[in-house]
Design a protein around this ligand. Structure first.
Ligand SMILES: NC(=O)c1ccc[n+]([C@@H]2O[C@H](COP(=O)([O-])OP(=O)(O)OC[C@H]3O[C@@H](n4cnc5c(N)ncnc54)[C@H](O)[C@@H]3O)[C@@H](O)[C@H]2O)c1
Length: 449
């Protein structure tokens, strides 16, 4: 199919919505990104992304006021667009299920607007939703409340997003796959055509429900690898003389594991970046998606003991490590490097660093923290924040490296830690190869203790 410029509306200017918007604009489409949060929209219109993602600001500058605009006016955007992406949040509720109120509100707003329009629009749900949601919450709702027929008055597609925070822009421009679920072949083709510059072999046409579950399958596969690794690490922690890094590096050499030849023996790329001990997974997706699928399965009388254990292991890991560390070294001033849930992002949602901070606060220790991007945390005294990693190291008597930022692996950091000879809890084992050169005690997941 040849290239044609389309008019696209993206609802939700969060990680998924804003990154998708600049991507579609750079692909040559006309894009209007909508958010109900006026402050966010104003920031975007001043070329100022509301969150950090590498290259996002640059992309915003190159598209804004050309073929990309941000607005709070949904009606204007829908009237002027043929394709409408829904990228609103689906956060966890207390019982683990996803909060569908944002999606419901958007469905209602769209239903009311679509009723007034003559030509059908194609609505594409990108938000992560459990199987059946698109049909029950979107299609049925629009039909019952607004008397609009799917496949006639409008078309629906489910197009899950696989980008990872920290590399969202490059993931969006170079995706592993584009999954498009729809009832009609034509809708599948029309939506896939919006991704015309992405290679055909990456495109998968599916039912709506397949698209919904595929997203969970991917995230929970990686979550499972992480908890599995952490469980092996906990076992090793209690075996004298085990060398945790060698346990995992020998696993990487197993040809059954390696997905392609190029990855052979490579560390921290592909699946192997998830098969490595740590303090568990955080962020806005893995914990939420895990809870949601457990809740969904139990409501459908399906037993999911593996998924439940993945969650349990993940919930235990950080507290287990930090408690042992504090008990053994009894620090008076504890330094923590890294607050975001992973490197290269300023997102602290469900960050394991916050769990560590909560344990430390209960113990009445003095705390010093530094993160390259995170400069405040709700309920954490601003006096705890230091200007640099070196400032933290110089003042603490025990150090925790909680997030794997590359700047914490620099020689000067290593030298400063050595000068202080302070004990180190290396939550992601990022310094494991230098542990014998460290003058202070080294501790981390899987290190006999
Ligand atoms: N963050 C990720 O890495 C990621 C990756 C893949 C999929 N997802 C999924 O994508 C969805 C969005 O995630 P996110 O991280 O971008 O969320 P986010 O919280 O960063 O952004 C959601 C945005 O939607 C806006 N919004 C809510 N209701 C609205 C309405 N009625 N009208 C206009 N705007 C509205 C909010 O103001 C917010 O700016 C979620 O379902 C998430 O699970 C997220």
């Amino acid at each position: 199919m040849g290239y044609s410029r389309m008019n696209i509306c993206v609802i939700g200017a969060g990680f998924v919505g804003l990154v998708s918007s600049v991507f579609f604009a750079e692909m040559g489409h006309n894009v209007i990104c909508i958010d109900k949060d006026e402050t966010k929209i104003n920031k975007i219109n001043h070329r100022n992304p509301p969150f950090f993602e590498k290259d996002l600001e640059k992309k915003l500058r190159s598209t804004l006021k050309k073929n990309f605009e941000a607005s709070t006016n949904l009606e204007y955007a829908v009237k002027n667009s043929k394709y409408i992406f829904i990228c609103v949040g689906t956060p966890s509720q207390d019982d683990g299920s996803i909060d569908l109120s944002y999606l419901e509100n958007v469905s209602d707003a769209l239903g009311a607007i679509l009723q007034r329009l003559e030509k059908p629009r194609t609505i594409i749900i990108k938000s992560t939703v459990v199987p059946g949601t698109t049909r029950k919450v979107f299609i049925n709702r629009i039909e019952n409340k607004y008397n609009l027929k799917n496949g006639k008055d409008y078309f629906v597609s489910m197009n899950p997003e696989f980008l990872r925070e920290g590399s969202a822009v490059s993931d969006m421009y170079n995706p592993d796959r584009i999954i498009v679920g729809a009832d009609e072949d034509t809708t599948q083709e029309n939506v896939l055509a919006l991704y015309s510059k992405i290679s055909e072999i990456k495109k998968i046409r599916t039912s709506i429900e397949t698209a919904e579950i595929s997203k969970y399958c991917s995230n929970l596969f990686y979550a499972t690898l992480i908890s599995f690794s952490n469980e092996i690490a906990s076992i090793c922690q209690n075996i004298e003389n085990t060398e945790i890094e060698k346990v995992f590096r020998s696993l990487y050499l197993d040809r059954r594991l390696l997905i392609n030849e190029k990855e052979k023996s490579a560390e921290n790329i592909g699946a192997t970046s998830y098969i490595w001990p740590g303090i568990g997974f955080g962020g806005s997706c893995f914990p939420k998606d895990l809870k949601a699928l457990i809740n969904f399965s139990e409501n459908n009388d399906v037993k999911v003991p593996i998924l439940k254990s993945v969650e349990l292991t993940n919930n235990l890991q950080s507290e287990l490590l930090i408690s042992k560390f504090i008990e053994k070294f009894k620090p008076k001033v504890l330094g923590i490097l890294g607050l975001s849930f992973k490197p290269d992002t300023d997102d602290i949602r469900e960050s394991k660093s916050i769990e560590i901070i909560n344990v430390v606060k209960r113990q009445n220790l003095k705390l010093l923290v530094f993160d390259p991007l995170v400069k405040n945390i709700p309920n954490l005294n601003e006096n705890y924040f230091q200007n640099s990693a070196l400032d933290v190291i110089q003042q603490c008597d025990a150090l925790v490296i909680a997030t794997n930022w590359s700047e914490f692996k620099k020689v000067e950091i290593f030298e400063a830690i050595n000068k202080k000879k302070c004990p180190l809890l290396d939550c992601r084992l990022s310094m494991i190869d230098y542990k014998n050169d460290l003058l202070g005690e080294y501790f981390g997941p899987g290190i006999p203790f």
